[in-house]
Design a protein around this ligand. Sequence first.
Ligand SMILES: [Zn+2]
Ligand SMILES: [Zn+2]
Ligand SMILES: [Zn+2]
Length: 225
Amino acid sequence: MEYLNREKEQFKKLFETEGINNINDRVKVLEFFLQSKQHITSDELTEIALKNGDSFSKFFVEDTLNLMCKFGFASKNRFDNNGGIKYEHKHLGRHHDHIICVKCQKIVEFNSENIEALKMKAAAANDFYVLQHKMEIYGICSACLKKRPKVISLSMAKAGERLIVKDVIGGVKVKMRILTMGLKIGDEIEIITNYGRGELVIASGYNRLIFGQGTADKIFAEPIT
Ligand SMILES: [Zn+2]
Ligand SMILES: [Zn+2]
Ligand SMILES: [Zn+2]
């Protein structure tokens, strides 16, 4: 709680000095933010405020979050596959990186001394002095991995995933089309992009192949783990 009060006092002081409007409402937004979980969207924060009896416009909440970023109370991240921007508390002097599950969007924070040291080395080797850095590791968490069938349709596969083609379902026409594209059972492939809609791009050897989701639904493959 002491941390919360200290942040609140600093926030007020800075905002007053800068002549920012609606300070009392902004302090409320800050309070909800500091009490919320890490990595929250502005929509989620607006919702929390509403549940607690404070109705702020989405615009006001987002504007306040952006001010918090500007003054070092929050930082924002747009994790891949996740869509919206997520804000998190910025604890001064405490750095961390992220591991993100591409299936359930769970975010885990970590800090590795080895990675931090390697980052300095890599920069120094290229004649750079490091100011800041961000590391995001994308993967599938063990809970999601357990729930997943052994063989999945390509439309379910995620960018970066490597798989072995096991089966093609559907009529002769579909099978022929896939075959003429240069894909056959037993091929090892990598998913380049899959946004869950529109086209999906895969790499098979040195070839890039493009499928619609309908065709991707018919191709089954086993992820290589
Ligand atoms: Zn780091
Ligand atoms: Zn997961
Ligand atoms: Zn974080």
